[in-house]
Ligand binder design. Structure first.
Ligand SMILES: [Cu+2]
Length: 201
């Protein structure tokens, strides 16, 4: 009887120690969250109407700025993207959100594949698609300028939101040399990456 009592006492001490450890860990992760909040205030601007906006600058293979994109959190969910550019090849070009926030010229392979947190297939025409980072093709004018408004309904600028664009690896915007056929795997047979911009930098 005495033996059991002592065993129970030791188990209770063990439980108390364990829960103390868990609590310490919670506090640590909370302070990390606080730091993330501070970072988000630096990168996400709030416009006059209180909507979150992120400005992205895209450079070409020579490191020259060729386009800017304004990302806005939509009231109904998703992100609207307004792209304005120049010195681009005329015609229909693919435009995607990629899964890494690194744009190293000239080939921008550092940006990785498409942003695909749902593990889907590429393309609006694919029955198991699209990727969250799939966007509609843009049309560049004969003079090399472009103005396009596209939607990314599956993503968010909210850091703690589902399919956030502020992942640990970061995300980026890429313009390709050719159009996305909306079905070829893994990226729509869109050709080389000709411009890249980091989201949230
Ligand atoms: Cu792409």
């Amino acid at each position: 009887m005495h033996k059991y009592g002592r065993g129970l006492f030791i188990i209770m001490i063990a439980i108390i120690s364990l829960s103390a450890c868990t609590q310490t860990n919670n506090n640590e992760s909370k302070s990390t969250d606080d730091q993330a909040d501070v970072e988000s205030q630096e990168t996400v601007e709030t416009n006059a109407s209180g909507v979150e906006e992120v400005l992205v600058t895209l450079m070409n293979a020579d490191g020259k700025t060729v386009a800017t994109a304004t990302l806005t959190e939509k009231a109904e969910g998703g992100v609207g993207i307004i792209l304005e550019g120049e010195d681009l090849p005329p015609g229909e070009l693919a435009f995607h959100i990629h899964e890494s926030g690194q744009c190293v010229p000239p080939d921008f392979e550092t940006a990785g594949g498409h942003y695909n947190p749902t593990g889907s297939k590429h393309g609006f025409k694919h029955p198991e698609g699209p990727h969250a980072g799939d966007l509609k093709n843009i049309t560049v004018n004969e003079d090399g300028t472009v103005y396009a408004e596209v939607e990314a309904p599956m993503v968010t600028l909210k850091r703690d939101g589902e399919n956030t664009l502020f992942t640990k690896e970061g995300t980026s915007l890429i313009i390709h040399a050719g159009p996305d056929d909306y079905i070829s795997q893994p990226s729509g047979d869109a050709g080389d990456r000709i411009a890249c911009g980091v989201i949230g930098e």
